[in-house]
Write a new protein. Structure first.
Length: 95
């Protein structure tokens, strides 16, 4: 499990490269900021991701969840306190 919490804004390139190189299957991003393009890079670089905790992550919205649903095999997704995520985004990510 990679835990990246409380770091503020993180480089999308760094995050995607790190996860991809490590074969990351579980990622915890708490109270950080990431853009839609960062989530897309993460999803494309980490197709083996099965667990993602994005509690209170700024920048997460429905559009950012679509690449995760397309590229990852998520069995656990936590988007608590991500106020821009709606039922539309959650439905896309559900199996």
């Amino acid at each position: 499990m990679l835990d990246i919490s409380n770091l503020g804004g993180i480089s999308q390139v760094w995050l995607a490269c790190y996860c991809c190189c490590r074969g990351c299957s579980e990622l915890r991003l708490l109270q950080v900021e990431i853009s839609e393009s960062g989530l897309r890079s993460l999803a494309e670089g980490c197709p083996g991701l099965i667990s993602l905790d994005m509690t209170a992550v700024a920048g997460v919205n429905d559009d950012g969840l679509f690449p995760l649903a397309q590229h990852c095999r998520l069995t656990h997704l936590n988007v608590a306190r991500c106020t821009a995520v709606t039922n539309v985004g959650l439905k896309v990510c559900s199996v």
